[in-house]
Design a protein around this ligand. Sequence first.
Ligand code: AMP
Length: 216
Amino acid sequence: MDLILLGPPGAGKGTQAKKLVELTGIPQISTGDMLRAAVAAGTELGKKAKAFMDAGKLVPDEVVIGLVEERLAKPDCGGGFMLDGFPRTVPQAETLENMLGRLKRKLDHVLLLDVEDEELVKRITGRRTCGECGSIYHLVFSPPPAADTCKCGHKGLDQRADDNEKTVRERLTAYHKQTSPLIDFYGKRGLVRKVVGTNATPDDVFASAKRALRLG
Ligand code: AMP
């Protein structure tokens, strides 16, 4: 299954991707995670990306496209992939279409997670992640089992540098302007499976996502 997870920041793409990985074994490819790893490692690419990410703006297409092209060529993507956070612009989507064409592959689904802006701001500013196992929490809606401690036992949950209200609003502006045209792009190709995430728990959304993707 070749799948894209589409939706605004905080819609639950990462959370749903992790559940879908558990169910299907297909790898999650998160461009946000790859870029954060490059920033943390201080690579040339990371240095280029950092200022854009800190400002809540999209990293230039050519930087991200190179990363994805390399990742899709890895053997674990042979049976399918789950793109989380890519494509985010129409040129990225067009490039992906060409890339997949060269590999004689075609997208099966674009899972669109639809959540209202004000809920997104609340979700993102309360989001915390475990640097050890990648689990995602929300201080109020989905708290860790003990204060500042992950279920894996790791102490000291992290808040992403760009998960503050000012940057979140920039990221939402970028989503509405540059990414939401993809709903139409993939709608025309008959690929969009929409799931409403406003006022829904991650398990509710997962149940709807499985139905939408015909996974049970
Ligand atoms: P995410 O973890 O998906 O919310 O991404 C965090 C940040 O990484 C975004 O705000 C962008 O600055 C950058 N980013 C991630 N994916 C892309 C992409 N496909 N195109 C451009 N920038 C991206």
